[in-house]
Design a protein around this ligand. Structure first.
Ligand code: BG6
Length: 485
């Protein structure tokens, strides 16, 4: 279904995100017939580029990141016709009158969207100039990317800056995890099935593990990453969002404020994490490997860096539903496999009618977010054969690509969904200002704690499952991680 007619201005139009994600996503939606005729994409950046140079740059980007449809030369040409490049200086006056003229040329009623695909230091200047040049209308929308601040104070300042010229209903803060098909599926699984929700509490759930393991390192973004680390880069946002979706109360409706109110309550109910429930790690060159440059410190060019590329922690949500149930969260770079999975471990049956020798068996619901998206429920059955009543665990497995065919095997990229939602004016999958601030309010004391203690991350081998201490964190609770193979 085509969306409303729109003008989308991308500030940072020559940047990495525009080339790798935003424009390829728009191209795929164009091919999917969702972009209405007459919609315009206006890429703005400081560089002086001709239309043809810019289009050549984007052609390359789409060929690299646009998927199979990028081979369709006719579609690509038609898409490029919707694209205009214009030179604009975010901090000066160059290009603004031209941008205003360009916007005024749009025929008919259209939604105007300004995508701030730039560093947060430019959010304020951009908002200011949009206002000054009469481009910030009540109906315009702005899109901002993470990092949304680096602590509570800076996030508050950013929110205040944006609020000078835009209302909360006009601001779309992207956490691309919320645009992932399988992440949205978490809500469908929880609230679309009668089966799980009655058991979804501390009475039946022993604990929950959320793993986001990556094989990539930080090459190419050293400066940003070394100032951030895994806590700010992943935990405060992506893992926090997963935690919210898995732990929140059922919202009354699938509507922006109903969903975001419930997520906010989860964040606000989080206890401060105890220092001995946190493990920070930093990858080092794999022992015996040829590639000596594969260590975090060598990559960032700072042999004394104490930034973590891995973090694991045990969180508690102090509310009626979850009191007493630990949530173990971990994420890291240069791990042995790329695997994002949520494991819900149910408690043992209260009494085994089969006696001691049947062993202990408990259900486990694994929700695989990527790759190999799907769900597995581990159930207990009788071991086949005449040897008495012995029990074993087997998986009830559903892989989306098998169950849904092509539609399940090739889910749209998160940016396709999110950009279309901005045009539709649906904020459900975007973070509200108070949510971001609450997440920083939880993160800040944890970071302050390790800074005060002079904590140094534990080394772990590239290509491993993370530092040994993360396993210890579990073993002390008589549990173990599952989720990275
Ligand atoms: C980004 C982080 O937000 O998410 C990166 O800044 C990380 O460090 C990326 O690699 C992971 O996203 P995905 O979609 O590949 O899981």
């Amino acid at each position: 279904i085509p969306v409303d007619l729109f003008d989308l201005v991308i500030f940072g139009g020559t940047g990495d995100l525009a080339q790798r994600k935003i424009l390829p996503a728009l191209f795929r939606r164009f091919c999917g017939g969702q972009m209405p005729k007459g919609a315009r994409i206006i890429a703005a950046a400081r560089t002086n580029l001709s239309q043809s140079d810019y289009k050549a740059m984007i052609t390359n980007a789409i060929q690299a990141y646009g998927g199979n449809q990028a081979n369709d030369a006719v579609a690509l040409e038609a898409f490029l016709d919707c694209l205009t490049y214009t030179r604009v200086d975010a901090t000066g006056d160059i290009g603004w009158p031209e941008l205003s003229t360009l916007m005024a040329q749009g025929q008919g009623a259209r939604v105007s969207i300004f995508y701030f695909s730039v560093g947060p230091n430019l959010f304020g200047p951009l908002a200011e100039r949009l206002h000054k040049h009469g481009l910030a209308q009540d109906s315009s929308r702005i899109v901002v990317e993470k990092p949304f601040g680096r602590d509570l104070e800076s996030a508050r300042a950013l929110n205040a800056t944006l609020a000078t010229h835009f209302s909360e209903g006009q601001i779309y803060r992207i956490d691309h995890y919320l645009g992932k098909e399988t992440v949205q599926n978490l809500m469908a699984i929880r609230f679309g099935n009668m089966l799980f929700e009655p058991l979804w509490n501390s009475q039946y759930v022993d604990h929950i593990q959320i793993t986001v393991a990556e094989t990539v390192g930080i090459a190419g973004r050293e400066a940003y990453y070394d100032r951030s680390g895994a806590m700010r880069d992943m935990m405060q946002n992506h893992l926090m969002q997963l935690l919210c979706l898995i732990a929140m109360e059922p919202p009354a409706k699938f509507d922006p404020d109903a969903v975001r109110d419930e997520k906010l309550k989860v964040i606000r109910a989080l206890d401060t994490v105890e220092p001995h429930h946190i493990v920070r790690g930093q990858y080092q060159a794999q022992q015996g490997a040829d590639d000596r440059h594969d260590s975090y410190r060598e990559t960032v060019g700072n042999l004394r860096s104490t930034t973590e590329s891995y973090i694991a922690l045990r969180a508690h949500i102090s509310n009626w539903r979850w009191a007493g149930t630990p949530f173990y969260l971990r994420t890291g770079k240069k791990l042995v496999a790329r695997s994002s999975v949520i494991n819900v471990f149910f408690k043992d049956a209260p009494h085994s009618i089969f006696g001691e020798e049947a062993g202990r068996h408990a259900n486990l619901l694994s929700i695989r977010l990527q790759p190999n998206e799907g769900i597995t429920l581990k159930v207990t059955i009788k071991e086949p054969g005449p040897g008495g009543m012995r029990l074993m665990d087997v998986p009830l497995d559903m892989t989306f690509s098998e169950a849904l065919g092509a539609a399940g095997g090739n889910p749209p990229d998160a940016y396709e969904r999110l950009i279309m939602d901005v045009i539709r004016g649906n904020q459900t999958l975007f973070m509200r200002g108070d949510e971001v601030e609450a997440a920083w309010a939880w993160t800040d004391p944890i970071i302050a704690g390790w800074q005060a203690r002079g904590d140094v991350p534990k080394p772990y081998d590239s290509g491993s499952t993370g530092p040994d201490d993360a396993d210890l964190l579990m073993r002390r609770d008589l549990r173990e991680w599952q989720g990275i193979n």
